[in-house]
Structures are given as C-alpha cells and as structure tokens.
Design a protein around this ligand. Structure first.
Ligand SMILES: [Mn+2]
Length: 354
C-alpha cells in the first residue's frame, strides 16, 4: 500500500489552500494515511515532514506498521498527546493548521486554536478515501465473501428453525461464525428481525422466536484487514402473499438503481431512481432511509446515496444499494448489495441470490 502517495494528495491540498499542516487523531484517517492500525495516535502532515505521535503501548507497532517516510514520535512524559503535537507544530514553524471538521473533538479544536489559525476541512480525507484501490477492493470482497458464507448458514438455520430459533441466537451465531471464518469481527451489531419487528429498519435483536410466514431481515457484515462488508437479505419461511408482493417491488427498485449507478451522477440522482420505482406502487412513504452508503475502513462513509447526498459518484467508489419498505404492524423488506462504481454499469460485488 502506498501511504506516501495518499499523503501527497493531502500535501497538495495544503499547498493549494495555503495551509501549513494537517493534523488528525481520527483512527480511520491516520490508518489510511500512515498504515498504523493502533487505536490512538496523532498524525501530522506538513509540506516536507510527517509525524506520527504514539504512546509507549504502540511504539513497536508504529515502527512496524507505519510508512517508513513518517517520523515516529514517542509520547514519553505524561502530558497530553495534543500538547505534544502543539510543541511539534511550533518547532516546525507552522502558523496555520487544517483539521477534519467532522472528526475532531471540540477540546482539541480549542487547544489548537490557542496557538494556530485553524482551517476546518470538510470531508477532505473522507472524499479521498471514498475511491478505493485494488488492494482495498480485495479486502472488501474478502469481507463480503465471509459475510455471504455465514449468511447462507443463517438462511439454512431459519428454514430449520421455525418455532425454535430466536433473533438473538441468530445474531450470536453470526458474531461467532464470521470470526471463525477469518474476519476480525462483525462490521456492526447484526440486525436480525422476525415478523413485525422487520418494520423497524435498524432493529436490535431480542428473544423473539421465528414463526411460520414471518418476514425476516438479516443485515450483517464482516471486517477483514479493517475493511468492512455489508449485506442484507429478506426472507420468509413459508407462504406470505404480502411478503412476495413487497419483495418484488423492493427488488425492482434495487435492480433499477444498480443498473443506473455510474460515475458522474450525483448521489441524489441515484437515490431518486429508487424513489421513482416506489412511487409506481405508492410505497414512496414507506422507504424511510437513504438508498445506500460508501463502505471501507468505516461501515458508513462517503458517498451517501440519500436525499442529503452531495458531490458526484466516482470510479471505484464502493457503495451499498439497499432500498427497503417498512409497514408498521406488518413488516419490512430490505435488499442490500455492494457495488463498485464504474463509467458504465457498476461491478456488483455481492453474489448472494435474491
Ligand atoms: Mn448498509
């Protein structure tokens, strides 16, 4: 992985914005720009030199993992890491500092503002991170294959589990199986909902037992090398006419959205394709969330395919397409795939049958 190339993008941006340095203590950001994967650090990028400040717990790991062009600075005294960063910035003759407006604590911001002019950047690193390279795509795909394998086992458990298996049991099964399959963990707490509970888009599993004809939503993912995957399938064990009708509408919305995703579109345009399909069936009011989101070092990252989305889709963005409808007291359906944005039709990463 060429971490230096990534930092060059930041250096260039600093130069163009007449800002002397960039500072971050946000884990996905310093991980992306330095290679260091520990939980706590401060990364400083200046035109010439870059610094990674870590404490004693991480010094060996930082030397091992971080890009060799970065100066690793150990926090030895008990003073705060941010104070150490201030000292370093002053010694480097820095007058103004760029930060990520969405990823810095107010207390850190105030501390920085005492000594420097602070420039809050909006989504700078998130936007760079949204375009994946081959290596990142491979990790995401690996995380997705694990999720799919475990999901297929879950599906079998559902068909064998009417009157027996509970939401929590399935959720726990997912959590242990993804790790056994080689993932670092689940990408988020699995959403496992049976029956009417499927009407809550982000439901938390309970001890409810599966009944014949229940709507079922399983939304899950795995992490491989810090990269996330995300998949949702809706099932119904037994016959349920309403399930079939709604399922086909959601599937149509999803397929039309996927077919039309391409580089250069605004995320809102893609979101509106799904809304249009739901309008055909007068179900637009039941589609209560965004159409999808970027996935990578974080489970939700740019771009956001929603009514509030901004910017433009770019080649090698990895996004989910996950339309859904939710009808209180009846149930909900959501179908979610991951795709890689292209100039033409996207590459669908998800293989799981629909
Ligand atoms: Mn998702």
């Amino acid at each position: 992985m060429n971490y230096y190339k990534r930092r060059i993008k930041v250096k260039e941006f600093l130069y163009l914005s007449s800002v002397d340095a960039f500072i971050t203590n946000h884990r996905p950001t310093f991980m992306y720009l330095s290679g260091f994967t520990g939980s706590t650090a401060i990364l400083i990028i200046t035109e010439k030199e870059d610094y990674l400040i870590v404490d004693g717990r991480y010094i060996l790991r930082a030397h091992d993992e971080a890009d060799k062009k970065i100066n690793i600075v150990e926090l030895i005294d008990k003073s705060s890491m941010m104070k150490k960063a201030l000292e370093l910035l002053k010694n480097s003759n820095v007058k103004n500092v760029g930060i990520e407006k969405n990823n810095l604590k107010v207390s850190d911001y105030l501390l920085l503002s005492e000594s420097f002019k602070v420039f809050p950047f909006n989504y700078l690193i998130e936007s760079i991170r949204s375009v994946k390279d081959e290596n990142e795509l491979q990790k995401i795909e690996k995380a997705l294959r694990i999720a799919e394998k475990v999901l297929s086992e879950v599906e079998k458990k559902l068909y064998d589990g009417v009157g027996k298996v509970s939401e929590v049991e399935i959720a726990n099964f997912i959590k242990s199986r993804v790790v056994e399959e080689g993932a670092q963990g689940v990408a988020f707490e699995p959403i496992v909902a049976f029956g009417k509970n499927t009407a809550f888009p982000h439901y938390s599993p309970n001890n409810v037992v599966l009944k014949e004809g229940d709507f079922v939503i399983i939304d899950m993912g795995a992490i491989v090398d810090y990269y996330h995957s995300d998949i949702t399938r809706s099932f119904c064990v037994g016959k349920n006419k309403e399930f079939e009708r709604l399922y086909n509408v959601v599937l149509e919305a999803q397929q039309r959205s996927i077919e039309n995703v391409k580089a250069g579109l605004s995320p809102v345009e893609v979101y509106n394709i799904a809304v249009k399909t739901f309008e055909k069936y007068e179900l637009q009011d039941k589609f209560v969330h965004g159409l999808g989101h970027g996935v990578g070092l974080e489970i939700h990252e740019l771009p956001s395919l929603s009514s509030g989305g901004f910017g433009f889709l770019k080649n090698n963005n990895v996004v989910t397409i996950e339309p859904g409808v939710y009808i209180p007291e009846i149930g909900g359906i959501r179908i979610e795939d991951m795709v890689v944005v292209n100039d033409d039709k996207p590459l669908v990463l998800t293989n799981y049958k629909k």
